[in-house]
Design a protein around this ligand. Structure first.
Ligand code: ASC
Length: 127
C-alpha cells in the first residue's frame, strides 16, 4: 500500500489532522459552547467524521514504525486494533446522537469519542 515508511507516516498524520479538525474544532466547538448548536451542521460533521475515522489504520502497516507512533503498536497489534475499533464504534454512537438532534445526547457521545481517542493516545502515541 505504501512506497515507504515516510509515505505511511505522512498518510496517517494527514488522516489524524482531518479527524482533529472535524472532531476537535468543528464538533468540539459545539460541545464546548463556542459554536452555536446547529443540528444539521453537527449531523453533517458527524457523517464526515464517520468516514474519516476509518482512514488512519491502514497507515500502521507492518514495518511502518515511525513518527509519533509508539513501537508498542506493532508488538500489541491486537490491543491496538481493539482500540481503533472502539473509536470507530464511538463515532457510530456520535452519529446516532447527532441524528437525534438532542444537544445533551450529542455532548455525551462527543465525550465518549474523546475518551476513545485518549485511551489510544495514552498507550500508543509518543510525545
Ligand atoms: C481532540 C484531540 C484529541 C482528542 C483527545 C480527547 O480534540 O485533538 O487528541 O480530542 O484530546 O481526550
Amino acid at each position: 500500500h505504501f512506497e515507504s515508511t515516510d509515505d505511511a507516516v505522512e498518510y496517517r498524520q494527514a488522516a489524524f489532522k482531518l479527524i482533529g479538525d472535524v472532531f476537535g474544532a468543528r464538533l468540539g466547538g459545539v460541545a464546548r459552547g463556542d459554536i452555536e448548536y446547529d443540528a444539521d451542521a453537527v449531523k453533517a460533521n458527524a457523517q464526515v467524521l464517520s468516514t474519516l475515522i476509518n482512514l488512519p489504520w491502514v497507515g500502521f502497516a507492518d514495518g511502518r514504525e515511525g513518527g509519533k507512533a509508539s513501537d508498542k503498536i506493532w508488538s500489541n497489534k491486537d490491543d491496538f486494533n481493539k482500540k481503533a475499533q472502539a473509536s470507530i464504534d464511538a463515532v457510530a454512537e456520535l452519529e446516532k446522537a447527532a441524528e437525534s438532534g438532542d444537544l445533551a445526547k450529542f455532548k455525551q457521545a462527543f465525550a465518549g469519542v474523546g475518551q476513545s481517542c485518549k485511551s489510544c493516545h495514552d498507550s500508543y502515541r509518543e510525545k
